[in-house]
Ligand binder design. Structure first.
Ligand SMILES: [Ca+2]
Length: 128
């Protein structure tokens, strides 16, 4: 973990750099795909991604968290197949990150980043 300054441009440029973004997204996808089937199930999404947002979820009950994942899963599963494939994963991740970038705005904010997070990759790319 490290403390970094980040602004919307850093995030947007990373997401729009399709090579860098697709590399990050496919690594993340493989890490979430516990059984190696090439698609993510509802359980894999909750089990493996839970830690990422644990701070935001601390005040929620387990039932509420499960509901949140139901909503998240149905958003990812664009074609309603019951699983999330890499294309679906990349499409929504991109949308979420661009929305985050708009939320950050043009004045840099200081945040704590985890080593394998997309924002950390974006900062590393900007500093390279
Ligand atoms: Ca699907």
């Amino acid at each position: 973990m490290s403390l970094e300054f980040i602004d919307s441009q850093i995030v947007t440029e990373f997401v729009n750099d399709s090579k860098a973004f697709e590399k990050w997204a496919s690594e993340k996808f493989r890490a979430l795909d516990a059984d190696g089937k090439g698609v993510l199930s509802r359980d894999e999404l909750q089990r493996r991604s839970g830690k990422l947002s644990s701070a935001e979820f601390e005040l929620q009950s387990p039932d509420e968290i499960s509901d949140l994942y139901d909503v998240l899963f149905s958003k990812f599963d664009a074609n309603g197949s019951g699983t999330i494939d890499l294309q679906e994963f990349m499409a929504l991740t991109k949308e979420i990150m661009l929305a985050k970038a708009r939320g950050i705005g043009n004045s840099p904010i200081c945040i704590i980043l985890q080593g394998d997070s997309l924002l950390m990759r974006a900062v590393q790319r900007a500093n390279a």
